[in-house]
Design a protein around this ligand. Structure first.
Ligand code: BGC
Length: 874
């Protein structure tokens, strides 16, 4: 079918001036990455042409070691016939450690016209072999330092650093780079991630000093590993590496803990400690850290950064000496303090999501997390500005006590901190509640990206709970560029898988012991599948196929002869109505098998595909036998989740689907008066299922509901993020006010309301299905997604019998657009003034529009790359 597209596209497209150079060059999803450790990194670009039907037909990549890449001394692909500008695996000379490689690309368009070459981009290798590491793990204090002299200013210098729990690298009096809370959280005995910095500009001829500040982080101890590789003019090389010649001391950070906060005593600052010429004789020699650490790997994902500043909106003074600031938004990060006062003054900064009626902080739901930073002033007459280094909080409200005098509104600034994933999606609609919910979802998702997807960002938890991870993953991928982030997370899952195939409930496992609840551990196959669908990442599928298959095989050991898995820890968590745990676990067992079978098909592993499909079918049969009531068409106790999971996962036989669906819609309509009964698992599938089953109106009613339980209820109660519970609870129990898992509904905004669907047969938005749902009182919806191939957008507007649908498809992709007929099959559809559909048939001749067919009363119009404006008059 796609062959046909190309022929028609070629006919429909007229060549204009030559194609533009490619843009947006990426390597392993990252822009000019420094410090990667894959042998065959993959390259990506956007072909620069924008005309309708545009596509690449061939490319040429050059990789060289000189800045214009033109030498191509590493790799010259020659002209390769390919429509794909994504996942092009490097196939040149073996890459060496610590080198910068330059690359550029050109392509040939649909008329076989070559584009100019792109600007050169870079990727740089880290330390590829274990033997490249000469540094030793050292400890002895929370600051470490070393001085050294260089005979000349370097021509090139790199720092490779892995300080655990957290590190901050300092050189000649300044911080290196803009990362915070590095390195990423891993199971440290399995793998530690190092970060590479270009420090060429921060070194100089003569004396230099390097310092490392260390925080406890998730390691709950402190150790540092650092290696500087410095090239001087004339081929001379200097290496500085952590060893026992380093000096160690305790600096001004008197205490630091992710949950409790940081205490910083500025009177204990040692001025100049990270600059040359400092007297470190009183310091101790650093000691070797005896504990072995796991593999060292490059940290290949966006770092955690301070991504924005949030000004305080309001200050109150609920008690003498107690000042409370409302930042107007619940978020993850910390507070920057501005203060002037006598040395030794101790200012306490507490954080909370909630207030009591009297305006003081309610910290009950933080459980044991103190979320308190303490700053002890050095007494600078000019005033002092401070922010913590090795902690973070989830909060909306900030309380200052001990402040000298009366603070001003700008005495505090909110610093938004999380993994700095690039925003990639936007959604808006004519319903203000949906726009607010979209905002809450985005805040909920990003607050919970801290090198791993966390459950919450505020209380004494913040772990990589696996169900929370897979429930929010699609929403996250539609709103942010998550490819590198989940690539890292999947490796962490793989690292944490036991020999018997079991995975833990949280990754890293920390103190959790496998096996996970089946619905939690299914994060492993599900996130692999989402990486395939959203990014078309076949390498991920290859790397993890054995792992996900072993997980499915492990579940099999838990199943009885009918395939029923009774092992359950949480089931459909935090629901309105309880669903039997064995039903939920067995449904996820089925889903894991189904996913393994699908991924086997992707890899062309026919025997495995057949094996897991057969097993999935037998589990479905056992599921029907155990849980389905053929008379009432209900599953088990008939909850929304009990009926939704088998229908959404494909367990329900075709003959029963309508009856089960009717039970669900009746339950929502007549028994629940348009409310949800689901917990976190059922919620993810319920709205997309209703849309798929032809009841987007009901899904919309649930999404826009404002009475309890609903998302709108949270918003009516003032939520700026998503709660952990449908209930409005603010006591000492489990009730985070910033959990991402109910954000699963965010994916439905993009797929159903704006109508942008991936086609699993051509993943990564190579072929796109556009099917907007124009429901109820909604009169416009729009979404865009910056996909791995470029921007996909869909926006519709409907008024007075006139519908306008604007769609953008990136170069090289094709789409099928369902243009609604509103019950009148005789409608005429125009595209930018050309008739493309009339009297139930496709009208050829519009550039980029390659075909059309009927689906019931509606027109399915096929297009290639470009922006199209369809208009339908009723
Ligand atoms: C977390 C959840 C998690 C659950 C496991 C909670 O404490 O916050 O989101 O999935 O434990 O049931």
């Amino acid at each position: 079918m796609r062959q046909g597209y190309w022929l028609l596209l070629a006919m429909a497209t007229c060549a204009v001036a030559g194609p533009l150079a490619p843009t947006a060059l990426r390597c392993e999803y990252l822009v000019n990455p420094v410090g990667i450790d894959v042998a065959n990194p993959r390259l990506y670009w956007f072909p620069g042409h924008t005309e309708r039907g545009a596509r690449q037909t061939a490319y040429q990549v050059l990789v060289g070691t000189t800045p214009d890449a033109a030498t191509a001394d590493q790799w010259d692909t020659g002209k390769v016939a390919s429509i794909s500008p994504v996942h092009i695996a490097y196939g040149g000379k073996a890459l060496e450690s610590g080198r910068t490689y330059y690359w550029k690309v050109r392509y040939w368009d649909q008329a076989d016209q070559p584009s100019p070459y792109s600007q050169a981009a870079t990727f740089e290798t880290g330390l590829l072999a274990v033997s490249d590491w000469k540094a030793q793990w050292i400890k002895g204090g929370n600051v470490l330092r070393k001085e050294f002299t260089l005979a000349a200013a370097p021509v090139r210098a790199r720092a490779y650093v892995a300080g655990i729990g957290y590190d901050e690298l300092r050189l000649n009096g300044g911080k290196v780079g803009d990362h915070v809370l590095d390195p990423a959280y891993t199971q440290f005995d399995k793998r530690v991630l190092y970060v590479t910095y270009d420090i060429t500009g921060q070194l100089r001829a003569g004396p230099n000093a390097v310092g490392l500040m260390l925080g406890e982080g998730w390691y709950h101890a402190r150790a540092g590993l650092l290696q500087l590789e410095i090239d001087l003019p004339g081929g001379r090389h200097v290496r500085i590496a952590t060893d026992t010649s380093w000096k160690a001391a305790d600096g001004p950070i008197a205490a630091d803990s992710i949950y409790n906060g940081e205490t910083y005593d500025a009177t204990r600052e040692q001025k100049g400690w990270d600059s040359p010429g400092f007297d470190d004789k009183p310091w101790n020699a650093a000691a070797l850290e005896a504990v072995g650490h796991g593999l060292l790997s490059a940290q290949m994902m966006p770092p955690i950064r301070v991504v924005a500043d949030l000004p305080a909106r309001r200050m109150t003074n609920p008690r003498p000496g107690v000042f409370v600031f409302d930042m107007g938004q619940n978020f993850s990060g910390w507070t920057r303090l501005r203060v002037k006062g006598p040395a030794g003054t101790r200012v306490e900064i507490r954080h909370a999501e909630l207030l009591y009626e009297d305006g003081t902080l309610n910290v009950e739901n933080l459980r044991t997390a103190k979320a308190t930073d303490i700053y002890i002033l050095r007494g600078d007459p000019e005033g002092e500005t401070w922010e913590p280094h090795f902690t973070y909080h989830g909060f909306r409200y900030v309380e200052l006590t001990g402040y000298p005098g009366t603070p001003r509104l700008d005495s505090v600034t909110g610093r938004e901190v999380h993994t700095d994933v690039r925003p990639a999606g936007a959604f808006a609609a004519s319903k203000p509640l949906l726009n607010q919910l979209q905002q809450n979802i985005v805040w909920g998702v990003k607050s919970n990206l801290h090198s791993i997807p966390t459950d919450c960002d505020q209380r004494d938890e913040r772990m990589g709970w696996m169900a929370d991870a897979h429930l929010a993953a699609e929403t996250a991928m539609l709103n942010f560029d998550m490819a590198a982030f989940y690539t890292n997370f999947l490796r962490a899952i793989h690292d944490d898988q036991d020999d018997n195939g079991a995975v833990p409930d949280t990754v890293p496992r920390g103190r959790m012991r496998p096996p996970a609840d089946p619905a939690w551990g299914s994060a492993y196959p599900l996130i692999v599948k989402y990486m395939w669908e959203q990014y078309g990442d076949r390498r991920i599928v290859e790397q993890h196929f054995e792992g996900i298959r072993r997980w499915a095989d492990f579940l099999k050991t838990l199943a009885d002869e009918d395939g029923i898995v009774s092992f359950v820890k949480y089931g459909d968590w935090v629901p309105m109505e309880r669903t039997p745990g064995d039903l939920v676990s067995t449904a996820y067992y089925y889903l894991s098998l189904d996913t393994v079978a699908r991924m086997a098909e992707v890899l062309g592993k026919a025997p495995e595909a057949a094996q897991y499909r057969a097993l999935a079918d037998s589990v479905a049969a056992g599921f029907q036998k155990r849980f389905y009531h053929a008379d009432s068409h209900l599953y088990a106790n008939g909850t929304e989740t009990a009926n939704t999971l088998p229908l959404a996962f494909g367990i329900t036989p075709a003959t029963e689907r309508t009856a089960v669906r009717t039970n669900i819609t009746n339950d929502i309509t007549y028994y629940k008066n348009m409310h949800l009964g689901t917990g976190i698992l059922g919620t993810k599938y319920l709205l997309p299922l209703l849309s798929q089953e032809g009841r987007p109106d009901l899904a919309y009613d649930l999404a826009t509901q404002t009475t309890y339980p609903s998302w709108g209820y949270m918003i009516e109660k003032g939520a700026t993020t998503l709660w952990e519970l449908w209930q409005d609870v603010e006591g000492p129990s489990m009730n985070s006010h910033n959990h991402a898992m109910f954000g699963s509904v965010g994916a439905w905004f993009y797929t159903s309301l704006a109508g942008i669907h991936i086609d699993p047969k051509y993943p990564g938005y190579e072929h796109i299905l556009i099917q907007p749902e124009m429901v109820r009182d909604l009169h416009y919806a729009s979404a865009s997604i910056d996909t791995v191939r470029g921007r996909v957008a869909s926006a519709w507007e409907r008024a007075l019998g006139h519908t306008r649908l604007e769609v953008t498809i990136p170069p090289g992709s094709t789409a099928e657009i369902r243009v609604p007929s509103f019950g009148n099959p005789e409608l005429t559809v125009e595209e930018s003034g050309h008739v493309v559909w009339k009297a139930r048939t496709f009208v050829a001749g519009t550039p980029g529009v390659t075909g059309g067919r009927r689906a019931g009363e509606e027109a399915l119009i096929e297009v290639g790359a470009g922006t199209y404006v369809f208009e339908v008059r009723e």
